[in-house]
Design a protein around this ligand. Sequence first.
Ligand code: ATP
Ligand code: MG
Length: 558
Amino acid sequence: MAEEKKALNFIEQIIEEDLQNTHKREELKFRFPPEPNGYLHIGHASSICLNFGLGEKYNAPVNLRFDDTNPIKEEQEFVDAIKEDVLWLGFKWEKECYASDYFQQLYDWAVEMIKNGDAYVDSQTSEEIAMQKGTPTEPGKESPYRKRSIEENLELFEKMKNGETPERGHVLRAKINMESPNMLMRDPVMYRCLHKSHHRTKDTWKIYPMYDWAHGESDFIESISHSFCTLEFLPHRELYNWFVEKVSKEGELKPKQREFARRNLSHTVVSKRKLMQLVEKGVVNSWDDPRMPTISGLRRRGYTPNAVRKFADSIGVGKRENMIDVAHLEFCAREDLNKTAPRVMGVLDPVKLVITNYEEGKEEWLEAENNPEDELAGSREIPFSRELYIEKEDFKESANRKFFRLTLGKEVRLKNAYIIKGEEVVKDAEGNITEIHCTYDPKSRSGSGTEESMRKVKGTLHWVSAKHALETEIRLYDRLFSVENPDGDKEKDFMDFVNPDSLQVIKGYVEPSLKSAGIQDKFQFQRIGYFCVDKESKEGQPIFNRTVTLRDSWAKKK
Ligand code: ATP
Ligand code: MG
């Protein structure tokens, strides 16, 4: 029992305590409440895994709620993308909800509050209101409109609603306490006039509720028991409770806001607003550009839902903000893809290899295992012939004893094929190697059972048959920012740290079996890394995105 307790994170501890003291198990209900003002990013994945994970753990419903109270920034495109991302991660919501569906209820409650003397219409400009706010150590000043009569307030609020007052004409404020040590309690704005069309309610509303007024009330309407949000909302909790208190009756279960720390990822930015800038300024091509830390970018890059969930679960929830090294995310991708991705051969930077004692015109189809980590993955046949491509860096004309790849006079094995020996190089007028000539040992074929086939040589190289290989576009991605924390320099803008070499497009050669690869199919290019077929591919002509290299090449560079 004691051990079980220890394994609970602090959020689960809160729930367990509430189950002991205040809540019945069937009263547990959670929500994930994105604002549809951009695509979800890896930070949101943490929040999704937390809320939906709690739903799974306690067998409790979880709503997907769009916090769509600001028509200026919100769009249907973002709603659709968010739904796709949550589903892709493998979660199911109980109900799809919209704060905008509660606009009428919120309005009615606001009218009640005016009648009860808890809210008033302020006709000052936002600048004047800001000047009266005071500071954390100095009390604020009451608005000259604070004592407006209830009748006048009701009349003005209705005019606001009907669009009869100009956009910056009035606001509705809660009447709380201008001397509160919590600045958010100093008569916060509940509504502003905004004559903008909303992506769902269209032109029905000329006033829109502020976040603090809408959020807790939406939780209350949906009977959410625990409303988890990020730490910056800690000072909002008092206001959240104050508003809920105003609209609920005694004995009703009230939602409980609790806060956890935002998750940040190194070498990128996790903020929709900043990601939007990258898209708008053309630093990346789209929200789902494989360099983006968006869920859709990671998906297109070749990440699996499992890898993302593993990542979120392994970093867990915390009370303090911290920066997670992107290497950890990459590790989670490798770990999952190693188990699931079929092995294939592809050469990214080719040089021709000619086997001089292999018969011209001859070809063989050799058996190759699809995935040594997965017995059920079976095998396929790959063509072998006299002329192959190997990786340029796998050959050195003269090499020291530690070089276990191909060199003149030494033997290596060609993966799934024969042992070869380097014989000579052919160069062009500039001295560049155009061909490497070698000889092979015909008895050494892998899996043929001969003594020669068991012979151990130091190196094994990947290769493709030149005649059969498929030429493809390969997109190599690197980190989008060249520093760990692009937001960390107060003197500079995060955009100053964009890595100019985050995308390299090359031509490579892959084995012909990949002609039939479908969009999103994932492979391990042996000895190189994991690759995924991009959505821009044409039938029979795949384009590959490098998801992640086989090993962490950054650890070495540091
Ligand atoms: P952004 O600044 O990127 O727009 P946000 O917090 O404004 O982030 P919302 O759409 O309001 O975005 O977020 C939905 C939920 O996801 C909220 O509960 C929020 O607290 C949570 N969330 C957002 N970013 C992170 C993050 N980096 N780590 C953990 N949770 C996050
Ligand atoms: Mg936001």
